[in-house]
Design a protein around this ligand. Sequence first.
Ligand SMILES: Cc1ncc(C[n+]2csc(CCOP(=O)(O)OP(=O)(O)O)c2C)c(N)n1
Ligand SMILES: [Mg+2]
Length: 570
Amino acid sequence: MDRDQELRSAAYALLAFSARAGIEFIFTNLGSDHPAFIEAFAEMQKRGETAPRIVVCPHEMTALSAAHGYAMVTRRPQLVLVHVDVGTQNLGGSVHNAARGRVPAIVIAGLSPVTDGGDRVGTRNEFIHYIQDMPRQHDIVSPYMKWCYELRAPESVGPVMARAIQISTAPPEGPVYITGAREVWDGKTQDVSESLREWPASRLGGLAPGEVSELYQALIAAKRPLVITSYLGRQPRAVDLLVEISDRIGVGVCEVSPGYLNFPGGHAHHLGYRRNSFVDEADLILMLDVDVPWIYSKVQPRSDTRLFHIDIDPLKTGLGYWHFPAQRVHQADTLATLEQLAAMTENNPPGRSSRTDWIAAARQRTQPVARVREGTVITPEELTEAVGELINDRTVVVFEAPTCTELIPTALRLNRTGSYFNSGGAGLGWGINACIGIKFAKPDSEVIALVGDGCFMFGVPSSAYWVANAYRTPFLTIVYNNGGWNAPKHSTLGVHPDGSARQNDSFWVTVGAGARFADIAAAAGNAEPFRVSVREELKETLRRALQVVRDGRSAVVDVAIQRISSQVLG
Ligand SMILES: Cc1ncc(C[n+]2csc(CCOP(=O)(O)OP(=O)(O)O)c2C)c(N)n1
Ligand SMILES: [Mg+2]
């Protein structure tokens, strides 16, 4: 031990080490467990020391979703600091999203002080320290975390943090959860001496040589080869390689619930975004980084179809019942595998083949059917087409509009890697908060959130727009306002197509109907509110709203589209 070195709190040591480790942000919602952190923030500020930037979030959904958005762009975990059990519970669906979306994040929560003797710094001195002392706080989130640990001694903070970063960033990436009692965060320790050079994340490689050549031979022997993918685009180079391979040997690519842009939408071999497409037609299916390649009750591959599954997480051990048939299942890095495959295809001159003929014919069938515009109400299709006119080289689209999940990428057909993101999970409310993190990661980008009216409210807009305003991360939000939650109605009709709910138009989904959504953002975050329900005013309104964002403030356009039900709640 270096006796001359000034001792600091564990919280201080954590922040200083995090900054050295390249962690740039701490998204936080503070509480009585955090005096050591608040004091460390102030001390570091006073001394001019480098610390992660503190972003205070009125709601925890904002904190982890912003860290999620940031990690999707950078692949780097950020700190999310929340208050004991209750702050952990408020993280809500954002924990599911980080786990399902496989993004790195380090969530830290305090624990109530463990002593009441009064002689330790941080000891109990408030009544809530008794009622917040939950014996198994980790259990709240442990099913979603890659690792949970309690910091038990101040001097362990270095190895614990180094291990947290290592585990969180090792593929498949994911969130980790660290707790510590108030006395431990305020306990004294030396500077962290750990070097991340000695804690590298483990990496997965590609396939064994025999396995790549088996795949290559199968691909070039196939007449109707189909790739189905959702998240290979988290590594942008993998997108380029898949394009190269597809150009050389002719492989159709279908994106299902894409979390990232995985293949350019305008490419002649892109076979659309509709799940279940071509599954019963293809004679080879290559599942590449995908959770749900098709829905078993709707479609199945033919019995003689060759099925390969290559995935960073092919067994989905975080999920319960899950199975898709495959003759080969490889846990591998898709980028490394595509590099191997690209090397094998180097001498395949691009040209017409039975494969490319099939792809061209299949692609024809993915083009949206032009619909006659009836009445005066704006349709989701024409809204998305209008959004398409706003897009430029700097645009990043974040979409979370459940019953427009296929429509949005289909209508936009974006081409640039990193030009769209979706959570990869089902905890709604992610979108308007993820935009904050994406804007931090790419300050020059123009971020556009396309969200359902339900998703807008789930995202705690008072929190999201307050942060966007306070920390100057303006973005444009377009609310696909169909007067409620279409998805549960849709689910009900899928199970009971002619039931009482349909007959009575009673689905209890017209939640928020009539609410002035954009005004919430205006009141909380100085965003410019817009509402539009008339086709003729749509494009001009969107243009004006984008200009507001270009001038430095968020804007929210509440677009009234076809209503899903006329049931009045209350
Ligand atoms: C946190 C959370 N609560 C509830 C649900 C169930 N759910 C799935 S889609 C949906 C409706 C969302 O409404 P909206 O954003 O307006 O999209 P729409 O269905 O109208 O397209 C709901 C409530 C969920 N997925 N996540
Ligand atoms: Mg809706």
